[in-house]
Design a protein around this ligand. Structure first.
Ligand SMILES: [Zn+2]
Length: 62
């Protein structure tokens, strides 16, 4: 099970202790849904989630 950042929703390895995207340690292993954002500028989902970098994200983080 991986971990997702509570701030930006980016998904990381379960061994990660910090989000490499926004540099917080606010990671949670409880999340639902996963999405790969390739082109944030062209993705409605990315804009709605305020994602500006391509990557692997969780849809919902608890
Ligand atoms: Zn983050």
């Amino acid at each position: 099970m991986s971990k997702a950042c509570r701030i930006c929703h980016m998904i990381h390895e379960k061994t990660a202790s910090m989000c490499t995207n926004c540099k917080t340690q606010d990671l949670s292993s409880e999340y639902t849904g996963e999405i790969f954002i390739i082109n944030p500028e062209e993705s409605d989902v990315a804009q709605r989630m305020k994602i500006s970098k391509s990557g692997h994200y969780a849809l919902r983080v608890r």
